[in-house]
Design a protein around this ligand. Sequence first.
Ligand code: ATP
Ligand code: MG
Length: 210
Amino acid sequence: MFRPDEAAGKPPSIRRLAPVERVGVLGGTFDPVHTAHIVVAVEVRAALALDRVLLVPAGDPWQKRGRVVAPAHDRLALVEAAVDGIEGLEASAVEVEREGASVTADTLEVLAAPGRELALVLGADAVANMHTWRRLDDTRHLATIVVVERDGEHAQPPGAGWRVEHVRIPRLDISSTDVRARLAAGRPIDGLVPPAVVRAIASRDLYTHG
Ligand code: ATP
Ligand code: MG
């Protein structure tokens, strides 16, 4: 085999390019996690050939203060149950373990590592809200934005200079708000959330008390 180093009379180079790990980050309140969240993570991982997608429950979602029902450790446990057995999906405790407000740029900084590319996954609704975010310039430097779009939706991060990918996902009309309302009313949630999450919600006695 022809090796350029040998041809030039130099010892063979042992320098290799470090492999790049591509990691998706799907943040949310996950109060509770539901099947659409899982579909989003799986579709984005496949479309962009990501190694892993992390589902990151917010510890203290500062934009939803007063609206969160379940404690952070319960929401994390539900996400762990939801991703169990699904290849390439993982729960991340990074925001739950941190004190104070969850700011996306802070989270991305914790997850950043040499040889790792971060892809921040956002619904079109979240992208439309990005102008309210803290540390937006830092966010732009830390990650590619992946906009997940249901039919007809389109969104673009505010300002210039973003690395952006768009991924089409099937429309699934499921929301945590509806799941909570169903539980409060004693209606079924099977199929709207994974079976392991149905069990974990019941065993933790979540969402049924007003
Ligand atoms: P809530 O009803 O309390 O607002 P939610 O169902 O929107 O909850 P979040 O935890 O706020 O859940 O969502 C986390 C991320 O998942 C957000 O980026 C949101 O846009 C996205 N997402 C939520 N529901 C869907 C859905 N049905 N289809 C696609 N993306 C979704
Ligand atoms: Mg929402």
